[in-house]
Design a binder for this molecule. Structure first.
Ligand code: ZN
Length: 480
């Protein structure tokens, strides 16, 4: 049986975080009542309004191209992509066909502990279409509604080279891309709200062959999981066809999350749309000073931050990967370091306690009530012996819920660690008298017994005893 290799390229559409649309001053806010954020320009109505290009959208597209290591165009031009569909009021979409904003870039992705550079074919700026609402199933819908609030919202489209080979690589690439776009702040990248949408071109070829097979385009994948499952399904489907000697039909297919399968939408007749340079939007030269400003506005990106976290802070790769997986989380870590410069200890706390509570409450780090320096203060109190690590977890939960400072919670709840020898000795005496069996075990060389006795003292003091001191006092008592 022939072994096949999948060849996958992604087309990712990202809605830009601008206040207004690409050529008019209509709002881009998500979730408004249908057709309330529209005007004659974005509705394509006749009447002498001239489109005015949104400068911020252009800057965001250039920023994206630079962050993805692309060559940036010297001149910005726009073209009309002509086709008919009910969500496109002008009968054409304004895009950049002949001279995209960025070309020949790449994004490094970690695949199975190796770095693989995924080629970026191009990055271009374009306007979005309206949104269709189909009644019932998309393929048998009796009628559809259309909301033009989304018409002409600025998008960047990022087109990869066909460098991806598996569903997992595609998922990893998309995560890395999303993280990078969030770092540079051009989009909120919410897949569930459609501000990041991903289509995949998938074909198979016999392993070792250089030629490309017939591809299908897969749409409607609204989560990382859907991207993974959709591509996985499509690879399996095409493998089945080819192994039985059949041919793959070039078509657009729709991922159906509920049934977990792709369905044919329409056959791809040809790739050629009609494009014309836009006669109204004149070419715009990018001036060097402006480009430099955009370049300097790009923050440190995930890879460089990862490198610094492992090399300068000495964090294990896993910690660095988790902490730099979001810019906000990495910022939080570095701000907390200012008050508590114990790199690994701080990382442990953020990854277990803080992220544990965030996940349990389905919260983002930006909504966290604990300010980074206060987490640092809490950890200092453990190191100074004021509270035990166990009590600190209780205090932290309280900080997380109320946003109170650690000192205040400790004072008000009387949680200070007991480090007074005399007080502890009394409890040690009681515990030793109450558990003669464990004392005997200890004398017979069973070290576990000591742990049990320490545990009993901790229990008596509701976790407030200084465990190191209890250990010392117990050993001393038992050696008498
Ligand atoms: Zn408008």
């Amino acid at each position: 049986m022939t072994a096949f290799e999948a060849v996958i390229g992604l087309e990712v559409h990202v809605e830009l975080l601008t206040q207004t649309k690409l050529f008019c001053s209509c709002s881009t806010d998500f979730g408004a009542a249908p057709n309330t954020q529209v005007c004659p320009i974005c509705l394509g109505l006749p009447g002498g309004n001239t489109p005015r290009l949104n400068k911020k959208a252009v800057a965001y597209a250039i920023k994206t191209a630079l962050a993805l290591n692309c060559q940036v165009a010297q001149e910005i031009t726009f073209d009309r992509k002509n086709y008919f569909y009910a969500d496109l009021p002008n009968g054409y979409q304004i895009t950049q066909h002949f001279h995209p904003m960025g070309k020949k870039g790449f994004l490094p992705v970690n695949v199975a502990e190796k770095t693989k550079n995924i080629g970026i074919h191009q990055v271009h700026l374009e306007e979005d279409a309206g949104k269709m609402f189909h009644v019932g199933d998309i393929l048998s819908s009796p009628f559809s509604r259309v909301d033009f609030n989304r018409a002409s919202v600025p998008l960047v489209e990022i087109v990869t080279e066909p460098d991806l080979r598996t569903a997992e690589e595609a998922r990893l690439f998309l995560q890395k891309l999303r993280n990078t776009l969030l770092y540079i702040g051009i989009s909120d990248c919410k897949m569930e709200e459609g501000s990041l949408r991903c289509d995949a071109n998938i074909s198979l070829r016999p392993l070792g062959s250089k030629e490309l097979g017939v591809k299908t385009e897969l749409k409607n994948m609204n989560s990382f999981r859907a991207v993974y499952r959709g591509i996985e399904y499509e690879i399996e489907r095409q493998t089945g066809i080819l192994q039985e000697g059949g041919t793959v039909i070039p078509e657009t297919r729709h991922w159906d999350e509920e049934i977990g399968a792709t369905k044919s939408m329409r056959e791809k007749l040809s790739e050629s749309y009609r494009y014309f340079p836009d006669p109204v939007l004149l070419p715009l030269k990018t001036d060097t000073k402006w480009l430099e400003e955009i370049l300097y506005s790009i923050p440190e990106l995930p890879d460089s931050r990862y490198k610094r976290f492992t090399e300068d802070y000495g964090l294990p790769p896993y910690d660095a990967e988790v902490l730099t997986s979001s810019r906000d989380l990495a910022d939080y870590y570095e701000q907390a370091l200012q008050t508590y410069p114990e790199h690994k200890n701080l990382s442990n706390w953020i990854m277990s306690e803080l992220m544990g509570l965030l996940n349990a409450n389905n919260m983002e780090i930006t909504a966290c009530k604990v300010e980074p320096p206060e987490l640092g203060d809490l950890l200092k109190l453990i190191d100074q012996g004021t509270i035990s690590g166990k009590i600190a977890k209780t205090v932290f939960e309280e900080m997380f819920t109320t946003g109170e400072k650690p000192e205040k919670i400790i004072r008000e709840k009387g949680l200070t660690q007991i480090s007074d020898e005399e007080t502890l000795l009394k409890i040690v005496d009681t515990v030793v008298t109450a558990h003669p069996g464990s004392v005997e075990d200890y004398h017979n060389g069973k070290n576990k017994a000591l742990g049990f006795l320490v545990g009993q003292v901790m229990k008596e003091t509701k976790g407030q005893a200084n465990p190191r001191l209890v250990n010392k006092l117990l050993q001393k008592k038992l050696s008498n």
